[in-house]
Design a protein around this ligand. Structure first.
Ligand code: ADP
Length: 926
């Protein structure tokens, strides 16, 4: 397409060339038009009709929307990921001109009605002088004025924030863009549209200056923001918002940090695995947020989302929330009254942004007024109830009450009770009695209109006419309309202006004079109303911070009441926090699954001596559900909520880490063994003694020996070094043996009953390991042919006989009491454990020739359970006799066995060998 089209299309094309937006909407009179390719695009996307526009001998596709309907179309385009430039038309001395006024993108569309937050984000990276990565992130929401920025050293933290904020548009900084892999990483971590904003906007010096201007010089220090990439990201967001012309900068009054220190670390994977705000399938129904969201307002939903994805570690804050939720849970009537009062309350954070951007209309100010009116109503709903004795009144009292009252009163005085949607027309936006000049004008105007309204009657009387009416339209202005039958009788001073089928229209000089007066007054009234309205709106804009405060307070009441409601109606209980190590959940349930299932509650007990649970049980028995419910109970407690249990005593965790089975993720096409290992690696690096770790299968994405080795070693590391409270569900039945050698490991299993080949899931978590693995049973259930199932059982038994694994207890110096590393060798052919003292490399110690696996005391550290300390009572047959006493045939078998490297021999060959040995031994016996 060339730009020498000329005419209106030419103007469109040259404006389009001047912007990097994807689409241009250009005002042409009462319409916004799209031409050429843009017309085709929007027609396609939005189902608009395309017509043809001729211009300078060529014909161009054209599509348009009326001025008043642009916003929904813009939103729809932007939601599909387009950036849309909007060119407005101006009157000039010689006609009109057009200019691009703003560029609307996913992150800068001001959408006061949508309930969802729409964050714009920027991410910048810096290699750092010391070679250490440093990341900066900033998140802003133009419709509420929210603004947060922070610096991180790990990409994972950036990812966690991206998951939390779920931005719709992201500006990668030059430090990110210069590295393809980094950019790809980022792209993978978000569904946001990536916009390549100009690199200069990220220059730290400029960014710092811009931030200072916006938030005040102290703001950066106040949120501890001095890292360059964070400053760059925040500055770029401001620059972009400014450039795109949304006009909302003024509502961004406060710069918030992300305060990772006081929060529970929740990486993106964990947020996803626990389905906090989005299910693993990307849905919002069936999430924890969805289950708990009984809030009445959009702001309440946003805050609840924030609380759930950003649990707290501040005990005082949690106690405060807990007390408030408790009060709401018990005071049902007061709670309902309060929720009723909140119902329909406008979104003050959004209205504040509309006021500052100058887009708030009369009804927006009425919405502000009625939201402010809720403050005394809410106070009345609380007063004299059980809520009064809780932290609830403090929440309400947080915003400046006096300022809120003043603003409310001013709005009540200034804006009419039920104003029209816009200024102009019949007026009536500004309340009577607010402005003397306007009142006088309105009085005169009404008098003039009264004269016009009664004119028809007077004319009828004076001139004896029937069928007379006085009316007004756009082309004729005011006129006297007389029925045709009497049109001949009109007085001489009537001047005819139009003949219709059944009537004629006349004007008189006096009528024209009055008309001029009325029009002048209308114009003047509109001007005056607009001026006054803008003053009032500016006054509201100046109180943006107050409105944000009130909005936050109302949202918090909404969330606390909603949590109270959920607690009361679902028999939840207030958790107790302990400074110690004890974690005790009595009859815990899964908060989401219990909604739709007849749920079987289960306990969880962990403490200093019992910090690592290996959870076994058949497939589908409920292992994942159990582990997730434990993590969710911990998280709910740390958002201040009640929890689904009969009782819960919980330590404050500093982070929750999860990884779920390769198979679950495989179903979503995102797992590779690499991802699994990256997640594991992240947990092993990041978790601490105060964390809660949920491992739902580890090592499943690779061959059995690899897998079991990794699971084994990870268990030892978590147990000995990290010492995080861990729940580990595994199908490697072999791992259950670890409980005997790692002092803090215990086995639990989800019970199932097998009778006549049928498995009944009991959903009960019991102490101890499962007595068997049910994988083969699942194959059976799935209809795998009988011969295969029974052969699989045989193979399984043989494989068990072939395995030997070591447990390495008490690793790190100050971990488990013993300074020495202890090893135990699990030899399934002997059916026993054996421990070797002193080995530190984790390798199986050499076995003295002819002595078979060493059988020694199985003591690993001082805290081994008694039964594990028992030496093997009945050493395996192969270990006992001396070489001299052994039958040569057996000797041969043993030699062959010793030479066989279990890890390197393919299972099929192993089986064949075992069979061969058995046959040899059988033959020997005969
Ligand atoms: P696993 O991890 O052992 O394969 P899941 O945790 O995925 O098993 O649970 C399998 C099914 O059992 C799920 O559909 C879940 O809803 C149900 N379930 C799990 N635990 C319970 C329980 N305690 N009470 C009732 N149903 C449960």
């Amino acid at each position: 397409m060339t730009t020498d089209a000329g005419g209106i299309v030419g103007e469109f094309l040259s404006l389009k060339e001047s912007t990097d937006a994807d689409v241009l909407a250009m005002q042409c009179g009462d319409f916004y038009e799209f031409f050429a390719d843009d017309a085709e695009l929007v027609a396609d996307e939005l189902d608009l009709k395309v017509s043809q526009k001729s211009s300078h001998g060529s014909s161009y596709p054209m599509a348009g929307v009326p001025l008043s309907e642009l916003t929904p179309y813009l939103k729809a385009l932007v939601e599909r990921g387009y950036r849309v430039a909007v060119a407005e038309q101006y009157e000039t001395d010689d006609g009109h001109a057009r200019e691009i006024e703003r560029v609307v993108s996913p992150g800068t569309v001001v959408d006061p009605d949508g309930a969802e937050a729409r964050y714009l984000a920027a991410v910048e990276h810096d290699d750092g002088d010391d070679g250490h990565d440093s990341w900066g992130v900033a998140f802003a929401e133009v419709t509420t004025g929210r603004f947060h920025a922070a610096a991180f050293t790990e990409l994972d933290d950036v990812r966690a924030e991206l998951h939390r904020f779920a931005p719709v548009e992201l500006l990668p900084g030059p430090g990110v863009r210069e590295d393809d892999a980094r950019l790809a990483d980022l792209r993978e971590s978000t569904d946001a549209r990536l916009t390549l904003h100009e690199a200069e906007a990220f220059a730290p010096g400029r960014a710092r200056h811009r931030l200072g201007e916006q938030f005040g010089g102290q703001a950066l220090a106040a949120v501890g923001l001095d890292a360059d990439p964070a400053v760059a990201a925040a500055g770029a967001v401001l620059h972009y918002v400014d450039e795109t012309g949304a006009g909302v900068l003024a509502s961004m009054t406060r710069l918030g940090g992300l305060d990772a220190g006081g929060r529970v670390a929740l990486d993106a994977t964990t947020q996803r695995n626990l389905e906090l705000v989005e299910t693993m399938q990307g849905e919002s129904t069936g999430t924890l947020l969805d289950t708990l969201d009984h809030t009445e307002t959009a702001a309440g939903t946003r805050l609840l989302r924030e609380w759930l994805t950003r649990p707290q570690r501040d005990r005082a804050e949690l106690e405060r929330r807990g007390k408030a939720v408790e009060a709401f849970a018990s005071a049902a009537l007061a709670r309902d009254r309060l929720l009723d009062t909140l119902d329909g309350t406008a979104d003050l954070e959004r209205l504040a942004a509309r006021a500052t951007s100058g887009s708030a209309g009369p009804r927006d100010l009425v919405a502000v007024r009625s939201a402010l009116e809720r403050l005394p109503e809410l106070a009345a709903a609380i007063d004299g109830t059980a809520l009064a004795d809780s932290p609830v009144p403090d929440v309400l009292a947080r915003p400046d009450q006096g300022a809120a009252r003043d603003l409310h009163d001013e709005l009540a005085e200034a804006i009419a009770e039920e104003p029209p949607g816009s200024i102009g027309g019949d007026g009536g936006v500004i309340a009577r009695g607010y402005d003397e000049e306007l009142d006088e004008l309105v009085a005169e105007y009404e008098e003039a209109v009264e004269w016009l309204d009664t004119l028809a009657e007077r004319e009828k009387r004076q001139h004896g006419l029937s069928h007379v009416s006085v009316d007004r339209n756009k082309t004729d202005g005011y006129y006297i309309q007389v029925g045709k039958s009497v049109a001949g009788q009109v007085p001489d001073h009537y001047r005819e202006i139009k003949t219709l089928k059944n009537s004629k229209r006349f004007v008189t000089e006096e009528l024209e004079e009055r008309e001029r007066t009325v029009l002048r007054m209308e114009e003047r009234r509109e001007e005056l109303e607009r001026r006054i309205f803008e003053e009032v709106r500016d006054r509201v804009a100046a109180e943006a911070e107050l409105l944000q405060d009130v909005g936050r307070a109302l949202a918090e009441l909404d969330v606390l009441a909603a949590l109270g409601h959920h607690a009361a109606t679902n028999d939840w209980t207030r958790p107790e926090f302990t400074d110690g190590d004890e974690l005790q959940i009595v009859a815990g349930r899964h908060p989401v699954v219990e909604q739709t299932t007849d749920f079987v509650p289960n306990d969880l007990h962990m403490d200093r001596e019992r910090g690592f649970l290996i959870v076994t049980g058949p497939n589908m028995s409920g292992k994942s559900t159990y582990m997730r419910q434990c993590a969710l109970i911990s998280l709910l407690a740390q958002t201040g909520s009640f929890v689904p249990a009969d009782a819960a005593t919980l330590p404050l965790v500093d982070g929750v880490y999860t990884r779920v089975g390769a198979l679950d993720e495989l179903a979503q096409g995102r797992s590779t063994f690499m991802v699994e290992m990256q997640e594991l690696s992240n947990i092993l690096h990041s978790a601490t003694e105060d964390s809660l770790v949920i491992l739902d299968e580890v090592g499943r994405g690779t061959a059995t020996y690899d897998g079991i080795s990794i699971a084994w070693a990870a268990t030892e590391y978590l147990h000995n070094e990290v010492r995080a409270k861990t729940l580990f569900a595994t199908h490697y039945h072999e791992l259950t043996a670890l409980a005997e050698h790692l002092p803090r490991v215990a086995n639990v299993h989800v019970a199932a009953e097998e009778r006549d080949g049928d498995v009944t899931f009991l959903r009960r978590v019991r102490e101890g390991p499962t007595d068997r693995s049910y994988g083969v049973h699942v194959a059976d259930l799935a209809g795998v042919p009988d011969p295969v199932v029974s052969r699989a059982d045989e193979v399984l038994d043989r494989l068990r006989e072939e395995k030997a694994i070591e447990a390495k207890g008490g690793g790190g110096g100050d971990s488990v009491d013993g300074a020495e590393t202890k090893q135990a060798v699990f030899d399934l052919s002997a059916g026993e454990f054996a421990a070797n003292v002193g080995g530190s490399n984790g390798k199986r110690p050499d076995t003295p020739a002819g002595n078979g696996p060493a059988v020694a005391t199985a003591e690993a550290g001082g805290e081994v359970p008694d039964d594990a300390a028992e030496p093997a009572t009945e050493p395996a047959a192969a270990a006992e006799p001396t070489e001299a006493g052994i039958d040569p045939a057996i000797e041969d078998v043993l030699a062959a066995l010793r030479e066989t490297n279990v890890n390197e021999t393919p299972p099929v060959e192993l089986m064949a060998r075992v069979q061969e040995w058995q046959e040899q031994l059988d033959a020997d016996e005969e």
